[in-house]
Structure formats: C-alpha cells, structure tokens
Design a protein around this ligand. Structure first.
Ligand SMILES: *[C@@H]1O[C@H](CO)[C@@H](O)[C@H](O)[C@H]1NC(C)=O
Ligand SMILES: *[C@@H]1O[C@H](CO)[C@@H](O)[C@H](O)[C@H]1NC(C)=O
Ligand SMILES: *[C@@H]1O[C@H](CO)[C@@H](O)[C@H](O)[C@H]1NC(C)=O
Ligand SMILES: *[C@@H]1O[C@H](CO)[C@@H](O)[C@H](O)[C@H]1NC(C)=O
Ligand SMILES: *[C@@H]1O[C@H](CO)[C@@H](O)[C@H](O)[C@H]1NC(C)=O
Ligand SMILES: *[C@@H]1O[C@H](CO)[C@@H](O)[C@H](O)[C@H]1NC(C)=O
Ligand SMILES: *[C@@H]1O[C@H](CO)[C@@H](O)[C@H](O)[C@H]1NC(C)=O
Ligand SMILES: *[C@@H]1O[C@H](CO)[C@@H](O)[C@H](O)[C@H]1NC(C)=O
Length: 876
C-alpha cells in the first residue's frame, strides 16, 4: 500500500516537473516513450491519434466507477468512443501502470514494474509506433516495414476494411466494463463462421437466412464494408459467402462487426451520433446458450425455471434446485472420485438443450441407466439428455447453459437429467415440511454396479477412439472378415442393430416389397412392438466392406430432423446389409402427385415444398458433416398420413466435409433432376441438390413429370433399359420420340416462357383452377427458376430457399441469362432428330454412364419409377 502511494507521488512529481510529456501525438510515436493514464490525465488518457483523427490510442478505465485496477491500453473510434482493440484485456492495470514503447516492443507494467503484457519478440528494431486511419496500431522498422499490427490480434471487433483471417477468433468481452475473455466467441473456418459458447458450437453463419453461399471456395478471410460482410476465398473477387446488410452505407457512416457478450454476432453502424444494429445473428433470441443463465428456461425470449428449480437468489440469474437436500456437483478437480450419492434429477418433458443440435451422442441404442453410468464415471459430466426413441446419450459437460422448450413435435423426444449430490444420508432430515413439496417426478437413483462402470469405461474409450479419426483395428479387414462382426463395434455412434431373424419375422420373410431404388428393394415390416418399419435390403453394395458401411450409417443414424426419414437401425448378416427406417404411410410423392386420383391441394404442395427444403437445408448446413443428397426427386420424398414430409436415401451419397469442395468420387442422381454440372467436369456441391429441388418444385406446381409427353403418350414406347449400360439404348429411345413430337413438352422451358410473360397460373395444374392465386404461383415458379440457374454459384442456398418460401426473405428474380440453357435442353427434347450420343457428353473418367443425354426419358404416367433405369451410378 505504502509502495503504491509512493509510486503515485513519484508519478505526480514527474507529472509536475515534466508536464510536456502530456501531449497527444498524431500519426506516430518513436521510442523510447513511456506513458500511463496518470501521465495523460489532462487528455483523459489519450496519447496517440491517427492522422485524420478517426481513431485514438489511449490508456483508459472503462468501469463506470473508477477503481484502481481497470485500465487498458486501447484503440477506440474517436467519434463513437467504441473500443475496437485492447492489449491487456485480461490484465488491467492501475492508474499509474505504465505503457512503454522501446526499440524492441511495447510492454505494459503493473505498479510493481512487472511486465504483464508485451508484443512478441520482433525481427528488427522498431522505428516507430503508428496509428493508421484504418484503426490499425502498427510497429514498423526503419524501412517502414510492418513488424507487428493490432489487426493480427483482434479482440471482439473488426472494423470496416480490416481483414479477419481464417482460423481467427473474436472473443466476446465478459461485460462492457470487464474486457476479459467471455464465454462467447466467433471463429472463421474454411467453410463457415462458427459461434461458440465455452467451445461448444451453438450456431453457424450459414444457418442465418441472410447468409448466401456464393461459391465453394475455401474461405481465407472476412471483411466488413458498406454493403455487408463478405467471406472471401483467395481474393477480393472471390466471394465464398456473403451477408448483405441493408442499408448500404456511405463512407461517413461507420460500421463494425462484433461478437457481443450476449452471444450474438452483430453488425453495428454509428450514424447521427447513435449506434444502430443492422444485423444480429442468431435471430432466435433463445439460441445463445446462456440467455437465461445456468439451467434457466428460455421460451419466447422470456426466462423462467424448469419445474423443481427456482431462481438463484444469490445471483438473480439462472436457477437452483428447489430441494435443499440436493446440490450440484463441485467443479472438477484432481481428486475426483465417483460418488455413490449421485441422484439424477429429471427435467420436465419438452425441454431441449442447445448442443444436442450440434454434438454427436456418445453412444446410441442404450438404455437410460447406461447413460447415467457414463455420466457418473465422468467428472466433467453435469448431466445428460437421453433420446427416448433412439437410445442416444448426449452428455452435458463442463458448463450448464440455458434450456429451451421444444415447440415442435420432435420425432425423438429428449429426456434431460441433471447430476446432483444427495446430502440426505449425511445430514439427516433438515427440512421438516419440505418433504411435502419434494419433486416426486423423476428421481432416479443410480444403479452403481461394477459391471456397468466397466461398460461405461469401455464406451468412453471407444468414444475417444472415434475422436481419433475413427480408425478401427483394421488388420482383419479384408475378404474374409465379413464374419468378424467385432470390427463393426469399434465404430461408436452406430444406431440400433437388429437381428436378421427379427427382420425376417417382421417382414414375413421379405414378402411385401413396397418399392425399389438404386440401392435395393424396400420391404414393409412390423416389429414385435407393433412399430411399422420400412426395411431396405441393400443390393448395390460395392466392394466396400463393413467399416465403410458402419461409418456411413453411424453418420446417417445421428441425423435427426423432422423432415428427414429416421434410420431406426441396421442389420449386417453375412454379406447382406439392411437398413431399417421409420415407415411413411403414404409412400413417395410421385405416387400421390403423378397418379390418377383427386389432385393434391395447393396448400399441401406448398407444405411439401417447404418441408423438403427444410430437410435439405439441414443436410447442407445444419449438421456436423455437410451432406449432399445427390438424388433429390419425388421418389425420395416420402409422405405420412399426418401431412409430414420426409426425405429418404440421404447419406447414401458420399459425405462432403466442409473442407472438401472439389470432386465427388461417387456420382449418383437421376436424369431429369440432374444439374448440368453432372455432365460437365464441374464440381458437385450442395447447389447440385438445389437444382434437383427446383425441378421437383416445378413438378409439384404442374402435378406432372417435367419431361412427360403430352397426355396421349405413345404406349408402345419401351421403357428405358433396366441397367442402361449402353448408350445405344438411349439413342434408339430418343428416336422413338418421333410420334408425339408436336406435343412433347419440356416443362422447365414452358415455365421460363410463362415467367417471361408473367402468366404464372398457366403453369399450375389445371385441376386446381380457381384455388390458387397468381401471386402464390409466381412465388413458387420464381424460386424454382432461381434454383435452376446454370451457374451453381448463382443458385440460392437451401437455407435461403426456405426463407423465400416462408416469406422472411424476398423472392429473387430469376436471371434469364442463366436459364437460356433450358431452351437448348428443350429443343433437344422436342426435336428428336438431335440425337445425343455418349461421345458428346464429357464425363469424368472412371464413371459408368447410363443413358446420359440432356433430354428426358419417356415416363409412363402410372409408373412409379422405382426402377434404377434412369440412374447414373458410379462405382461405390
Ligand atoms: C531506450 O531505453 C533503453 C532501455 O530502457 C536504453 O537502453 C536506451 O539507451 C534508451 N535509448 C534512448 C535513445 O534513450
Ligand atoms: C522474421 O524473419 C524471418 C526471416 O527473415 C521470417 O521468416 C519470419 O517470419 C519473421 N518473423 C516475424 C515475426 O516477422
Ligand atoms: C480518415 O481516413 C480514412 C482512411 O483513409 C477514411 O476512410 C476516412 O473517411 C477519413 N476520415 C476523415 C474524417 O477524414
Ligand atoms: C509507411 O507505410 C504506410 C503504408 O504502409 C504509408 O502510408 C506511409 O506513408 C509510409 N511512411 C513512410 C515514411 O514511408
Ligand atoms: C486453420 O486451422 C486448420 C485446422 O487447425 C489448419 O488445418 C489450417 O491449416 C489452418 N489454416 C491457416 C490458414 O492457418
Ligand atoms: C463490399 O465488398 C464487396 C465484395 O468485394 C463489393 O462487391 C461491394 O461493392 C463492396 N461494397 C461497398 C459499399 O464498398
Ligand atoms: C419413452 O419411450 C417409451 C417407449 O417408446 C414410452 O413408453 C415412454 O412413455 C417414453 N417416455 C417418455 C418420458 O416420453
Ligand atoms: C404436436 O402434436 C400434438 C398431438 O400429436 C398436436 O396437438 C400439436 O398441435 C402438435 N404441435 C405442433 C407444434 O405441431
């Protein structure tokens, strides 16, 4: 204390004697230079201004009430006083703590003189410290070469014109007056921008409806400017993702991008002396995981506590257990020993926890008590969510955030459990009356038998195994390893495994086929518990073995979305493979849409369009692995009696991790829905699915196949060859189109023509006449045409398609110049003399091509097209 007083006196004296040190420099400062807030007190701590004074460097206290230890070296925007950078954000200094600029770097010292922050070791001697008008604080050598710059070490903010590089992180502050690292951060990856809370992902930029993927380039940096912010590939002309933020602002408006301490990534604008938030993501205010504090319940932006909890009286945020005899476990330390007294407190139903959307379950297909055992064996586990349908177990580790009430009817209800320690046994009955309002619901005492602990340990180890890139003991893999089922179990996260006998019994020895597709035949079955299922017997399994099969189904099995068909389990029997899916009572969309019977109502078509788009959007950007469906068509869109729409067969195409953008080694898809890039050497991307989706949308509008002949099609026309291996068959088939020549119709071309004339109702199925407005039809037709743009980068993302259909994003105008290829396709279709031979089409080498031409196959209106005849399949 005395030393501090002495220091203040010394500083005070030096201030009095050397008052000339208290000037504010402009542009640059040369070493040796020393300052502190105290020395600059006449200038409120400012010591360096940029040349045109846009930015100021200062030693400032940001606490509302000055305390002696909260001064930071900062750069702030002069007009708005927004702090854009702080050096010692985690170690504030006192009013007399010093900032020193020497020939070797900048150092910050506390009252005792100890260095608490410094620039890294530099290559050469510093000539000056400069503050540029861009907001960048730079150390340069005598050749004016940059040795160090603050832009390389952003805090929570980037300013207009600042390049924020891939792998860079913006870490939010704890509070506006405490700059130390908060729980929220934003990281730029090569594929997206990720929002995290305590290292757990809770949102990504592509999920926001305003973000538009422009190209598949790997992202190298992000920049903010007057029209929004941009994630660039290699150069400024190479926009990978853009987020357009109206209004476009001029130079006089000042814009920043910031990770806020409430969990939102925001773009703010300083205009007319006020801050305006132009953009904030996530839009859902309950998404940020600590919105309602620890164990709080967020619902419609209001906070409450789940049953059995009350507001924490100490912090007044977050919730504590009502029952005083239970306590939450202490923080983890080295002396962790599994307690025998754990009591798992069951949260009410209908609650969800944020990471469940983003993390993989540690294990699937287990009973509840296994999940408890795993949690008890882990010190960092604070509780878990259990998927009642799938038997999946999601651990809540290290930190407990808020919960949200699950508003939608999720297919897999999650049951939440909080780990608590019971003090009843040790402290006796403390509350006499409290036993009456004791929450009876869901007190589950943990069965701690030794065997379960061993199982848990094994599962934890296998989980670690998976984290190590899922490398099973593969020595035994090979031709004869099919009988060695143990390989399968080294892959964690597998869905339920069925016995072959059970499937034989369920399907009555595979007696009721309900369809067949590219991968095999689908049978209806009824499990012992009366659940109706669809069993897919995979026949098209390539040379790949169990490991690949297991890896793929582990991923598919972990995808849960209301618009995606759920994989209930699998079976591997000898060389045979089966996938067991939930059963969809109305079968596939093509049956309802293209078959005789009453027409499907417009509203239902619209809901199918939205549901399908949501499912695809989830595959493209909602789950851990980016999944491109590659075979979007009505046959793969299933319906249930309760008007649910679910996409099937996803994940059977290969996975594309966000880092990969180039070639797709497996080529699948169905002619008529195939994007042009399949036929050229261009890369296959999520936009390939967008194209197919656009085709499906057009079929929904007109209620017929896009490539259908006019109603009186030629009955003698042979169907396409079943294996389609020769291009001869496609040639002869084309020639068969002679008869209906005048009536042949390529609907996408008609859609383009009617769009140009604004006659949208002419495209709608005639039987719906009078029940659809021109506006409703216009919306779907325009979205469909945008999806068909020839250049994949100009097609909207599925996320944006959803937003356009739902009306949260205005519908884009289709670009006519990107749709001219339809005229070409259409002409080929209507003029059968234009025979397309295989030679005209470039196909990546190594692919087997079946029936590839640019027109469509003839389709009989009552065929369900379950054949694989129209498929282009590559080796698997
Ligand atoms: C700058 O300071 C260093 C050590 O603090 C000292 O060795 C050096 O002589 C000083 N240089 C000048 C030009 O004052
Ligand atoms: C220092 O110089 C070396 C070689 O000139 C260079 O490779 C290195 O990146 C430099 N380091 C810094 C921090 O500039
Ligand atoms: C200061 O300079 C920056 C960068 O050159 C420029 O963008 C800004 O408009 C200037 N501000 C003023 C007030 O002149
Ligand atoms: C140093 O470089 C900056 C830009 O990098 C430039 O604006 C400035 O004029 C240069 N200063 C000198 C003295 O060359
Ligand atoms: C970013 O991080 C990833 C993974 O840690 C790494 O592979 C990649 O090389 C990094 N990129 C850059 C530009 O540092
Ligand atoms: C912002 O950057 C993008 C991409 O480089 C560019 O297209 C746009 O015109 C810029 N906007 C402004 C207002 O400078
Ligand atoms: C869990 O699932 C079982 C069977 O599927 C069902 O009987 C039970 O009610 C479910 N429990 C909850 C809490 O939803
Ligand atoms: C959820 O399902 C119940 C009954 O199955 C139904 O009454 C309710 O409207 C559904 N809620 C939503 C949001 O779909």
């Amino acid at each position: 204390m005395a030393a501090a007083v002495a220091a203040v006196i010394v500083v005070l004296l030096s201030l009095l004697t050397a008052s000339n040190s208290a000037t504010v420099f402009t542009g640059s400062i040369t070493p040796n230079f020393t300052t502190s807030h105290f020395l600059q007190i006449d200038n409120s701590g400012d010591f360096l201004r940029s040349i045109n004074r846009t930015y100021t460097a200062a030693v400032l206290n940001l606490q509302p009430k000055p305390t002696s230890f909260s001064f930071y070296l900062i750069v702030y925007h002069t007009a708005s006083r927004a702090v854009v950078w702080a050096a010692n954000r985690n170690k504030p200094i006192s009013i007399s703590g010093q900032i020193r600029l020497s020939f070797t770097g900048i150092t910050i010292h506390d009252d005792s003189g100890a260095t608490i922050w410094s620039t890294p070791e530099l290559n050469s001697t510093i000539a000056s410290l400069q503050l540029h008008d861009s907001g960048n604080l730079i150390l340069v050598d005598r050749f004016n070469k940059t040795l160090w710059q603050s832009f390389d070490f952003p805090m929570d903010t980037i300013v207009t014109g600042q390049k924020f590089p891939v792998n860079g992180t913006l870490t939010a502050v704890n509070s506006p007056s405490d700059f130390s690292d908060g729980d929220y951060s934003f990281t730029l990856t090569s594929g997206d921008g990720i929002l995290r809370w305590n290292d757990v992902t809770y949102y990504n930029l592509l999920m926001d409806s305003k973000s538009v993927r422009n190209s598949n380039k790997l992202i190298s940096y992000l920049m903010v400017n007057g029209s929004g912010f941009y994630l660039f590939g290699g150069s400024e002309s190479d926009v990978a993702i853009k987020v357009l933020i109206p209004p476009a602002v001029t130079d006089s408006d000042y814009r920043i991008l910031k990770m806020s301490n409430d969990g939102h990534l925001v773009v703010m604008r300083f205009t007319d002396n006020n801050w305006v938030t132009d953009f904030s993501t996530p839009g859902d205010s309950c998404r940020p995981p600590s919105r309602c504090g620890k164990l709080g319940l967020c619902s419609g932006d209001r906070c409450s506590c789940p049953p059995g909890f009350r507001t924490d009286p100490v912090t007044n945020s977050g919730c504590v257990l009502t029952d005083n005899s239970l306590s939450l476990p202490e923080t983890c330390d080295a002396s962790f020993r599994q307690s025998e007294n754990y009591v798992y407190f069951q949260l009410g139903t209908g609650l969800e926890y944020f990471p469940v959307d983003f993390i993989n379950p540690v294990v699937n297909g287990v009973v509840l008590s296994t999940c408890e055992t795993i949690c008890s064996a882990s010190c960092s586990c604070l509780g878990f969510f259990y998927g009642n349908g799938s038997g999946s177990c999601y651990l809540i580790e290290h930190h407990f955030g808020s919960m949200v009430s699950s508003s939608n009817n999720k297919t897999d209800d999650k049951l939440g459990f909080i780990k608590t320690i019971s003090s009843i046994s040790s402290s006796g009955n403390e509350g006499d009356n409290s036993s009456s309002d004791f929450p009876v619901i869901g007190m589950i005492l943990l069965p701690t038998s030794g065997i379960l602990v061993i199982v848990a340990a094994a599962i934890l180890m296998s989980r670690r195994y998976r984290n190590h890139k899922m490398r099973p003991r593969s020595k035994k893999l090979g031709g004869k390893s099919y009988s060695d089922d143990l390989d399968m179990f080294s892959i964690a996260g597998l869905p339920v495994r069925f016995d072959h006998e059970d499937l034989v019994e369920a399907t009555m020895d595979f007696s009721t086929p309900i369809g067949s597709g590219g991968f095999g035949t689908v049978y209806k079955g009824v499990l012992r518990d009366k659940t109706v299922v669809a069993v897919k017997k995979i026949t098209a399994l390539g040379a790949q073995g169990k490991k690949e099969f297991g890896t793929e189904i582990a991923i598919i099995g972990n995808i849960h979305h209301v618009n995606l068909v759920k994989l209930k389990g699998f079976c591997a029997h000898g060389r045979e493979r089966f996938l067991v899916y939930e059963y969809m009572s109305r079968g596939s969309l093509d049956r309802t849409l293209f078959c005789p019977g009453p027409p499907m109502e417009w509203q239902e078509r619209f809901e199918i369009a939205v549901g399908t788009a949501r499912g695809l959007a989830y595959l493209h950007s909602g789950c851990e692995h980016k999944i491109i469906h590659c075979d979007v068509k009505p046959e793969n869109i299933l319906l249930s009696d309760s008007m649910q729409v679910k996409i099937s067969d996803f994940g059977l195409s290969k996975l594309l991790s966000p880092e990969q953008s180039g070639f797709f080694t497996t080529m699948r898809g169905t002619r008529g829905y195939l994007a042009p890039e399949w036929l050229t050497n261009a890369a296959i991307s999520d936009k390939t699915d967008v194209y197919s989706y656009g085709m499906v949308l057009l079929e929904l509008i007109q209620g017929r196949k896009n490539c259908a002949q006019a109603p009186s099609h030629d009955p003698g026309n042979p169907s396409t060859s079943t294996d389609g291996r020769s291009s001869n068959s496609s040639r002869s088939q084309n020639q068969n189109h002679h008869h209906p020549r005048a009536r042949a119709l390529y609907f996408p071309l008609k859609a383009l023509e009617m769009h140009e004339e604004g006659r949208y109702l002419d495209l709608v199925e005639p039987r719906l006449a009078g029940r659809v407005t021109n506006d409703e039809a216009e919306k779907l037709v325009k979205v469909a045409l945008c999806c068909l743009h020839e250049d994949p980068t100009l097609r909207p993302t599925m996320v944006n398609v959803v937003a356009m259909l739902e009306g949260t994003l205005s519908v884009s105008e289709p670009r006519l110049e990107c749709l001219n290829f339809l005229r070409f396709y259409g002409r080929r279709f209507t003029e059968p003399s234009t025979v397309v031979t295989g030679a005209e089409i470039e196909v990546p080498s190594g692919f087997m091509v079946a029936n590839v031409d640019s027109s469509c196959p003839s389709v009989s209106p009552n065929s369900f097209s379950y054949t694989s005849s129209q498929q282009v399949s590559g080796p698997r």
